[in-house]
Ligand binder design. Structure first.
Ligand code: DHB
Ligand code: FE
Length: 278
């Protein structure tokens, strides 16, 4: 059976792409952010996953406000990085894993998650930048399955529903007749608001509590409605739903192997966590 080696959760901000392109990793503004990653890269070299399931929200590159699936999943042999207008370089294409895509689609729909299946899909900064942070040479050693969550156009899925989706993804992978090693990556958050009167809003206390509880008591966050989360973490802080799903995929006791938190990167509180089964 396939094995989930762990979950990595992290922020995605387009300006990370410019910082990589300009080689600013040691610049005082960027250093505390980039310095979080070497332990996770070392861990990846050790556990050698074959496939990355990427849980993220699309920002208008692939889905726009006219058509916004709550939950969508890629089933394509390849996913292209395209220009979103941020002025950041695009990346080499990402290979898909069609077998895992279709296994997940079958299992999740049987579990009553009505996924939108996408046999053609472009991937945005929320997918590409985490890949480039984890594998800076951009020679992707993993095949991928993108899973897109609507964190953009209201109404959004509840936190509880997202946690359950993560559990179903975890169960499906562990039951997959394959010897593949799978890493789950959830991207977005933590607290940030890009627009309106509260633009620039960050809530460090809540973010740190969320990171702690995500490991030891993942149901803690399900007490909050989406509206509560907008108030507590900002309109784009709700991207933390992607972290909740990535955590939900881990079954049994979970350990935090590494974390980093730094304020701000652009308008965002930047968080990073590596979790694995005990
Ligand atoms: C920023 C953060 C995001 O999550 C995003 O998708 C785009 C921009 C920012 O802080 O600049
Ligand atoms: Fe975002």
């Amino acid at each position: 059976m396939a094995k989930i080696v762990g979950s990595i959760t992290m922020t995605h901000v387009p300006s990370i792409g410019s910082a990589i392109a300009k080689g600013l990793q040691q610049d005082p503004y960027w250093k505390p952010f980039f310095d979080g990653f070497p332990p996770v890269r070392d861990w990846l070299k050790e556990v050698k996953p074959d496939i990355a399931v990427m849980i993220y929200n699309d920002h208008g590159l692939n889905f726009f406000l006219d058509k916004m699936p709550t939950f969508a999943i890629g089933a394509a042999p390849e996913y292209l990085s395209l220009d979103e207008g941020w002025g950041i370089p695009t990346m080499p294409p990402f290979k898909g894993d069609l077998d895992l895509s279709w296994h997940l689609i079958e299992s999740l729909i049987a579990d009553e998650f009505d996924m939108t299946t996408c046999q053609e899909m472009a991937v945005d900064h929320a997918f590409t930048l985490p890949m480039a942070l984890l594998w800076p040479e951009q020679k992707w050693p993993v095949r991928t399955v993108p899973v897109c969550i609507n964190t953009v156009q209201f109404p959004l899925p509840t936190v509880k529903r997202c946690y359950s989706l993560g559990q179903s993804i975890g169960k499906a992978i562990e039951a997959w007749d394959s010897d593949a090693r799978v890493v789950i990556i959830g991207t977005g958050g933590l607290s940030h608001q890009l627009d309106g009167k509260r633009a620039g809003f960050i809530n460090k206390e809540f973010d740190l509590m969320f990171m702690e509880k995500l490991v030891s008591d993942p149901l803690w966050i399900t007490r909050y409605s989406i509206e509560d989360l907008v108030e507590l973490t900002g309109t784009q802080g709700v991207e933390l739903l992607n972290w909740v799903i990535a955590r939900g995929a881990l079954q049994g006791e979970v350990l935090k192997l590494h974390s980093n938190y730094h304020i701000p990167i652009s308008n965002t509180a930047a968080g990073l966590m590596l979790m694995a089964g005990a």
